[in-house]
Design a protein around this ligand. Structure first.
Ligand code: FAD
Length: 328
């Protein structure tokens, strides 16, 4: 474990923002965390963890020691109740794990195919797509607690999962996830409730569902390696039903507690921002929920556009948008 000064993060965030950290360090083993935290303390800096940088808004100068999570390892395990699960190190690539579990003969993760990033970051924002959330499958999370220096294992009920949130997100940088175990449903049945998957037959295999999800995602989302982006830039806002009734044209999803989730992309598009550009920052022309870097943007460029959009949506619809990517 070696601290690297003036650590370049430009190629380590999917928005491709110009960014450098005071120091960087690669975390390859759980034991590296205590040493990295000690090194950060000695420099008077916080330790911040970075996975694939796909849900990160990286500042131009990051005043921290950035620990790049690279803990590897994966296996299919049998749970105490005889169920099957996949256990993987926090630095494993999420989509590689999805593909690997299917290749091992286990369905369950296929609706979450092609989401960029690492295994360890997946519980932080409770990743979700195509009718499935990580919390539907989570068996346990092992994390290092920066406050006590101890490792803890959390079950699903301890993780306080919600829509794109968890205790790990709430607590900022306190817990560093080192390993995640996800239950692989037995018997497996495809989850085909989402538009685009509902035309598949109930006899579809996990690989067929995966390929459909990949095709749908590739048709809607820009490839971050070609056009820098962080996926959905804002959460879909959840509002009381009387508020939702005032925007009857907006796509709406009633929630179990009586509130209504609105389409943030629709609200932004109605404010005229689809395809808008502000210097090197812009809104993707194919989907108003995605902010993009046309080349050379910094976090300040994205911040300015994001703030303009939030003000416009607040003025037009009285809705406060919450940003999804986390500031580094
Ligand atoms: C094109 C595109 C499409 C996307 N589609 C979706 C989607 O469909 N659904 C969805 O939910 N998300 C989506 N995302 C967002 C993103 O892929 C996920 O949030 C992903 O889980 C982030 O993983 P990461 O490793 O890149 O996290 P990073 O961006 O590196 O980190 C995100 C946050 O998690 C923290 N973190 C990272 N690793 C750890 C760890 N081991 N322990 C503790 N904290 C940690 C970081 O400190 C940071 O605060 C998309 C992003 C892109 C670019």
């Amino acid at each position: 474990m070696q601290l690297q000064p003036d650590f370049d993060l430009t190629g380590r965030n999917t928005l491709g923002l110009r960014s450098r950290a005071r120091f960087g360090v690669v975390i390859e083993r759980p034991e590296d965390l205590a040493a990295a935290a000690e090194a950060a303390r000695a420099k008077g800096l916080p330790l911040r963890i970075l996975g694939g940088g796909s849900n990160t808004l990286a500042s131009e100068q990051v005043e921290a020691v950035v620990g790049v999570m690279r803990i590897e390892g994966r296996q299919i395990v049998t749970l105490p109740d005889s169920g099957r699960a996949v256990t993987a190190g926090a630095g494993e690539d999420w989509d590689e794990i999805v593909a690997w579990t299917i290749a091992q003969g286990h369905g369950g993760l296929e609706n979450l195919s092609l989401i960029p990033g690492t295994m360890g970051a997946a519980p932080v924002q409770n990743i979700g797509a195509y009718g499935l959330q990580l919390s539907d499958l989570l068996y346990s999370v092992t994390a290092w607690d920066g406050a006590s220096g101890a490792f803890h294992t959390f079950g699903p009920e301890d993780c306080r999962f919600g829509y794109r949130k968890s205790r790990f997100k709430e607590a900022g940088n306190r817990h560093v996830i080192t390993e995640v175990t996800l239950r692989l449903p037995q018997p497996w049945a495809p989850v085909l409730i989402y538009a685009g998957l509902d035309t598949l037959d109930a006899s579809a295999t996990p690989e067929e569902v995966r390929q459909r999800v990949i095709a749908l995602r590739q048709s809607k989302l820009p490839d971050w390696q070609v056009l820098g982006n962080a996926g959905s830039f804002f959460h879909n806002p959840v509002v009381p039903p009387d508020h939702a009734a005032r925007v009857p044209d907006a796509p709406q999803w009633p929630q179990a507690d009586g509130t209504v989730k609105l389409s943030a992309g629709w609200l932004i598009e109605r404010c005229g921002y689809k395809g808008a550009t502000r210097g090197p920052a812009g809104v993707y022309e194919g989907h108003a929920l995605i902010l993009v870097n046309h080349g050379g943007a910094t976090a300040a460029d994205i911040d300015a556009l994001s703030s303009e959009i939030r003000t416009a949506v607040e003025d037009c619809f009285g809705v406060s948008l919450v940003q999804e990517p986390i500031r580094l």
